[in-house]
Design a protein around this ligand. Structure first.
Ligand SMILES: [Zn+2]
Length: 301
């Protein structure tokens, strides 16, 4: 989706990552894509969730300062249309503006969207859920309530997994991860942690729900507004929808397994098939109704 050139971007809440590794990680990675990193990993590493409440460390403060380049280069929708990192920033702005409106409506005023930070790093960076890099892919970490993303992932998505390079293919990834942040706020992440694998698993249902949320945002994005009340985005086109569907296809478990090992094993599914991921994106897109995204109640996935 194209941003309006004069939309004003907001880079607050986006940092560069603390103690970051070097640039230029090889693009040959790609294990778990669009991964949802679970509490278990953090506990295996001996982490104490209480640690996450500490004031910012020196590394975090440096990371915040390092994000100055983002504030410099990502000012307007025109920047978002020309630079993949600024597109991520702008998409985060639009997604959050969308859920800020939508969640109180959908919950009858009982619930509000909570702004969710992002670390936009290069190469690798530590996170509350272990090291973030493009072997793991973009993820939401429930322990530090932060989305981790390296925009170099979009090239992997395109070159290695065969997604189109269109803007909504990239924006879908951001919206999907913010879908996990929403699930966390709604208390829905536990089932993924208890039952992570298999074609009907809590893990797959959680991932398909996040795809459905991404579809809801895609439909409502044109209504999302910047601090000046200007619309962030231009209306979605048919090509945009095809771009999103090509990304959803690229990250289907069956597609990734077929590509990596030449065969498909549904028992190890964590995200759902390409067809399912497309269907759930479209379900959110066509209905615009959060209740339609309840994969745990669906008679079939
Ligand atoms: Zn996910």
């Amino acid at each position: 989706m194209t941003f309006n050139d004069d939309a004003q971007l907001d880079t607050s809440g986006v940092s560069r990552g603390g103690g970051g590794g070097g640039r230029g990680l090889a693009l040959g990675g790609g294990g778990g894509i669009l991964g949802l990193i679970v509490l278990v990993i953090y506990m295996l590493m001996g982490g104490n969730p209480g640690d996450l409440q500490q004031p910012p460390t020196q590394a975090e403060q440096q990371a915040q300062a390092g994000a100055g380049d983002l504030a410099e280069k990502c000012r307007t929708g025109a920047d978002a249309n020309s630079d993949p990192e600024c597109r991520v920033v702008a998409t985060r702005n639009s997604v959050q503006a969308f859920w800020r409106e939508e969640i109180p409506k959908a919950s009858g005023g009982k619930q509000q969207w909570q702004d969710t930070k992002m670390v936009l790093y290069h190469g690798q960076t530590p996170s509350g859920c272990g090291t973030a890099n493009n072997e793991v892919g973009p993820f939401y970490c429930p322990l530090d309530k932060t989305v981790y993303l390296d925009a170099a992932f979009f090239r992997i998505l395109e070159q290695q997994f065969g997604s189109s390079g269109g803007p909504l293919a990239q924006e879908y990834v951001v919206a999907h991860e913010y879908g996990h942040a929403l699930q966390d706020q709604l208390g829905l992440l536990e089932r993924a942690q208890q039952d992570p694998k298999g074609p009907e698993s809590g893990g797959v249902k959680t991932e398909l729900m996040a795809d459905c949320f991404a579809g809801m945002w895609a439909k409502g994005a044109v209504e999302s507004k910047d601090a000046n009340g200007r619309a962030f985005m231009q209306p979605l086109t048919e090509k945009d929808v095809r771009d999103a569907l090509s990304a959803a296809e690229a990250v289907g478990d069956d597609h990734i397994q077929e590509q990596a090992r030449g065969r498909v094993n549904p028992e190890s599914f964590t995200h759902g098939t390409s067809a399912q991921r497309q269907q759930w994106f479209m379900r959110g897109y066509e209905s615009g109704d959060i209740n339609q995204c309840n994969t745990f109640r669906a008679s079939r996935l």
